[in-house]
Design a protein around this ligand. Structure first.
Ligand SMILES: [Zn+2]
Ligand SMILES: [Zn+2]
Length: 304
């Protein structure tokens, strides 16, 4: 190659993602537990013969560009995902499709979202230069796996509606309007807030769970949604009597409220993302010392 030959980016690093979908059923039922214990632990997920989800898989891959200007040839990526994952799982029962979820084996594990993401990583890793796997079970539940490890991130989405007014009581109305604009108007205004709570934890090798999902959802409902929903935050939530309820401060307060109770479930609160409108959101990483180890590549590529 001469000095003037085009390089097409050869050798420069890049992250790419590919989306795939499949539909599959599963059932949470451990043979070593009694019927009552299975029902108590897994609720409706224990019902026979099972239930299904439309899964959405996002595969993130990283590497240097080849001479053709690509990390990988996309047709090879599509083929690998189809051959190794979707063609094997689509319209199947997860408990039966892969031996990893055969609960008759001592090493078998319930096909939870995080366990499925982990197994997909293990099966795709020999074929693709993986950077991350994100698996949506629904738009309100997804899991991220970032390596060949039992660690996973599980996110749940919920929402609440609330009013607020942005103003600092020590300032005049004119000063507040200069800072907060229309958000400082005296009688407030409202938003339909979308709240994403992400926890990090180790996948239990038998239950496939980083924590009890129903317990996590209950904590978010009891500690955030119930006290915040259909309120005027400045007046109805004590913290915001003296702290201006910007999206940033609401997200920080939610993280403060949830950190200790979530830690008691065995997982760590990793991130709170509060979307105030289609145009603005605030994110708080609750594990400050781990901030540098967060999946920043994925966050940039996959945050919806
Ligand atoms: Zn399910
Ligand atoms: Zn507002």
């Amino acid at each position: 190659m001469t000095a003037s030959a085009p390089s097409h980016g050869h050798g420069r690093p890049c992250l790419i993602t590919r989306r795939a979908r499949f539909s599959a059923s599963h059932r949470y039922w451990l043979p070593e537990l009694s019927a009552d214990d299975n029902r108590a632990r897994f609720g409706p997920c224990s019902l026979a013969p099972g239930h299904g989800h439309n899964y959405e898989l996002i595969v993130a891959m990283a590497g240097p560009l080849d001479a053709n200007g690509m990390v990988l040839n996309l047709s090879e990526v599509k083929h690998a995902i189809k051959a190794q994952v979707t063609a094997q799982l689509d319209f199947r029962c997860l408990n039966e499709a892969w031996p990893e979820f055969d609960l008759g084996r001592p090493e078998g594990c319930l096909p939870t979202t995080e366990a499925l993401a982990r197994v997909i990583w293990a099966r795709l890793a020999p074929h693709l230069p993986l950077a991350g796997i994100r698996l949506f079970e629904s738009e309100s539940l997804w899991a991220d796996v970032l390596g060949d490890t039992m660690e996973a991130f599980v996110s749940i989405r919920t929402h609440f509606a609330a009013a607020h007014r942005l103003a600092r009581e020590e300032l005049s109305q004119a000063e507040n309007e200069a800072i907060y604009g229309k958000c400082a108007r005296p009688h407030g205004h409202g938003h339909n807030y979308l709240l994403d709570v992400t926890v990090r934890g180790r996948i239990d090798p038998r239950t496939g769970m980083v924590c009890d999902l129903a317990a996590l959802q209950q904590l978010v409902d009891d500690l955030v949604v119930e006290p915040f929903d259909h309120t005027f935050l400045n007046k109805d939530v004590v913290h915001f009597a003296s702290c201006v309820p910007t999206a940033e401060n609401i997200a920080l307060h939610i993280a403060d409220i949830l950190s200790a109770p979530i830690a008691a479930t065995g997982a760590q609160l990793h991130k709170v993302r509060l979307q105030e409108s289609p145009n603005n959101a605030a994110e708080v990483f609750a594990e400050v010392p781990r901030l540098g180890a967060t999946p920043e590549l994925l966050e940039a590529a996959l945050v919806s």
